[in-house]
Design a binder for this molecule. Structure first.
Ligand code: HEM
Length: 376
């Protein structure tokens, strides 16, 4: 793709066909900033993002066209590169409204969406503070990693003294399709991921499961969504010693085609009632797709938009690899419901959740506005 519109009814980077690369960043706002300063930061970020997503520099002539005796306004590594489908999506964490000490730094406490709270502790969580939380988030997705990194780097630079990076994550190889026009990619377990995702073409499902509705509380979040980020380590060395048939039973789908174990092709709906010759269900009771499926969760769905990651290796020579899970939903309750159901997931033996964050993602930005304008 060349360039996606920055302005619109919803922020880009949610139903936009998932790009190949991710740089996700969580920021903490400086304690010295006041409400006016926060609005200025969001305005500066909005202006820069509107340009960057069109393949432009932060300012005209930003990298090399400025004064010889001042640092360039744009860091320059994307000079000559196209927009590469860059989308920049902003979100507000619970601590923006009331910080960890209970202080209402920006006069926003009364405007906090009641559902925007740190996620509850889930069974098996091994969260590290250094990959958890954040006052603000920026999700940069592009088909070129240099373009995504350039976006986060320049937004961090613009925020200097006002907000600082708390943690960030690089991702490659989207693990979801968000459009029926896309083929289904694979995660690091080697399985197709994103088959049963909510897709951009499913307008009714988006309205029901992804977008905050005009009638939902609070009104300022209408057209927005809630973003959950989970850094999930995969114990791939153990996984790689599991027999193929067992891998398929853990997931509930075949590895090659991605078809449900109840039969058919990738697009066939799973039949959770189907039994084999021995009377055992073809899709085991603890298979991931059974426990994650809407039928096990009161009809709840979500839009998944995660990425693979490999952050080098640990001291035992194991790859520090996994899935940086991102999902968008109309209410955090949807993620909580599914994640609780996954407490019995057979895949858990090979997974460790090490990072977690939640953000309210405001609706789309109109020309002349800044992100989250309706909040202030
Ligand atoms: C489906 C892998 C974590 C929610 C799937 C599928 C695979 C998979 C292979 C089947 C293909 C598809 O429909 O996309 C994984 C792996 C995970 C992981 C390897 C961890 C590293 C999660 C988490 C959640 C989740 C944390 C949410 C709490 C879902 C949902 C589906 C799904 C909702 C679709 C189920 C359906 O409707 O059939 N996952 N997943 N997954 N997963 Fe996961």
């Amino acid at each position: 793709a060349a360039a996606y519109d920055f302005h619109g009814v919803h922020q880009a980077g949610i139903t936009t066909p998932a790009q190949d690369r991710l740089h996700f960043a969580a920021f903490d706002v400086s304690d010295t900033l006041d409400r006016t300063g926060l609005v200025e930061l969001l305005t500066d970020w909005t202006d820069a993002a509107a340009r960057l997503t069109q393949g432009l520099e932060v300012e005209d002539g930003g990298a090399v066209g400025g004064s010889d005796v001042a640092p360039p306004a744009d860091t320059g590594e994307a000079l000559g590169l196209p927009a590469a489908g860059l989308t920049i999506t902003f979100g507000f964490g619970p601590t923006l409204f009331t910080d960890a000490a209970g202080v209402d730094r920006f006069g926003l406490a009364a405007r906090r969406p009641p559902a925007l709270e740190a996620l509850p502790r889930f069974q098996g969580d091994a969260l590290k503070p250094e990959w958890t939380g954040g006052d603000l988030c920026v999700q940069a997705c592009a088909d070129d990693p240099q373009v995504a990194v350039h976006a986060i780097r320049n937004l961090s630079r613009i925020a200097f003294g006002r907000a600082s990076l708390r943690w960030s994550q690089l991702g490659f190889g989207r693990t979801s399709s968000t459009s029926t026009a896309q083929s289904t990619p694979r995660n690091l377990f080697g399985f197709k991921d994103g088959t049963a995702n909510v897709k951009a073409e499913e307008r009714e499902a988006l309205a029901e499961h992804v977008w905050v509705d005009d009638g939902d509380e609070p009104a300022w979040l209408a057209g927005g969504s809630y973003l959950v980020a989970r850094k999930i380590r995969m114990v791939i060395e153990s996984w790689d010693r599991v027999q193929l048939g067992e891998q398929e039973r853990l997931v509930g789908r075949t590895k090659g085609e991605g078809a449900p174990l109840s039969g058919g092709t990738e697009s066939t709906a799973p039949d959770f009632e189907a039994e084999g010759a021995t009377g055992a269900p073809l899709i085991p009771t603890d298979a991931h797709v059974r426990l994650a499926h809407a039928s096990a969760n009161g009809g709840v769905r979500m839009l998944r938009r995660g990425y693979n990651f490999v952050d080098g290796n640990d001291e035992l020579g194991r790859l520090d690899a996994g899935l940086f899970f991102l999902s968008f939903q109309r209410s955090p309750e949807q993620f909580v419901t599914v994640q609780r159901s996954l407490a019995a997931d057979a895949l858990n033996e090979y997974l460790k959740h090490v990072g977690s964050a939640i953000f309210a993602v405001p609706g789309g930005i109109r020309p002349g506005e800044h992100v989250g304008q309706a909040l202030f």
